[in-house]
Design a protein around this ligand. Structure first.
Ligand SMILES: Nc1ncnc2c1ncn2[C@@H]1O[C@H](COP(=O)(O)OP(=O)(O)OP(=O)(O)O)[C@@H](O)[C@H]1O
Length: 256
């Protein structure tokens, strides 16, 4: 775990007058499981959306696997990335969204096979095999022919996880994957994410309000505040013995 697979170097992100990321420095090592916690509006989801190439940046450099994400080499140094470069870089990342974002008019199976066929060029038969294995893994082998609206939120989110994994990303991003779920459905989704966290090679970056879960599965927890990492450490350090008053206040508010 010595090689940063994700690196934010003085990254600035603004929405109009609002500076959401303020010269953010942030690294994730290959295979590391990192949770991002922090108050609402502190820029946590923005970090994931930048990595997923859903939002651009206004300054600094993001690298993924050692290559610039939002830039590519040109004759006079780095220039803004082309769509082809973004597409190539995006292939390393998968994202699980808060609102599942499944295609409502496609069956569960098709939701999972669509991108491997269209983007990776897999044959339909191979994509189906891959999808079936993944459905087995998330405990939904018998739901392949259903449509999203026929599933519970927890089941839909497990399809969302299978769909992200079908692209075989080396980095998996989770944006508050349980916050849209009824409380009784949270556990089944956390179980699946917890199993993935045991995979040595997979890098995971998780934005979550589930503090107990973050504590259980993470190698490192980062407390975000006002577009910067205010404090970071092992779960033990951050949750049991935070250094910063701001971290203590936040934890007190969310854990009480
Ligand atoms: N597309 C956008 N246009 C304008 N403002 C935005 C946009 N996306 C995010 N913001 C603002 O940027 C700030 C950071 O948003 P972000 O979603 O990253 O926060 P967050 O820490 O993930 O919060 P939460 O825990 O509530 O999801 C917020 O103030 C948000 O309103």
């Amino acid at each position: 775990m010595s090689d940063p697979i994700i690196k934010f170097d003085k990254v600035v992100k603004r929405f109009g007058d609002l500076t959401v990321l303020d010269a953010l420095d942030f690294e994730v090592m290959r295979g590391e499981k990192v949770s991002i916690i922090g108050p609402s509006g502190s820029g946590k989801s923005t970090v994931l959306r930048i990595l997923m190439t859903l939002e651009g940046i206004d300054g600094g450099l993001v690298t993924v696997g050692g290559e610039p994400l939002w830039h590519e080499p040109g004759p006079d140094g780095l220039r803004p990335a082309s769509e082809a470069h973004l597409r190539k870089m995006r292939a390393q990342l998968g994202m699980v969204f808060q609102q599942f974002n499944l295609f409502p008019h496609m069956t569960v199976l098709r939701n999972i096979t669509e991108a491997p066929v269209k983007v990776l060029g897999l044959s339909k038969a191979d994509a189906k095999l891959r999808a079936e294995e993944l459905l087995e893994r998330v405990g939904l082998a018998d739901q392949a022919q259903k449509y999203p609206h026929q599933l519970s939120g927890g089941q839909q989110q497990r399809v969302g996880i299978a769909r992200a994994l079908a692209m075989r990303p080396s980095i998996l991003l989770f944006d508050e994957p349980t916050s849209a779920l009824d409380p009784e459905l949270v556990g089944e989704v956390l179980n699946v994410i917890g199993q993935l966290a045991e995979e040595h090679d997979l890098t995971m970056l998780l934005v979550t309000h589930e503090m107990r879960f973050a504590r259980e599965i993470s190698d490192r927890v980062c407390f975000f505040d006002q577009g910067q990492i205010r404090e970071e450490g092992t779960p033990e350090e951050l949750f049991s013995d935070p250094n910063e008053d701001r971290t203590r206040e936040f934890l007190k508010a969310v854990l009480d």
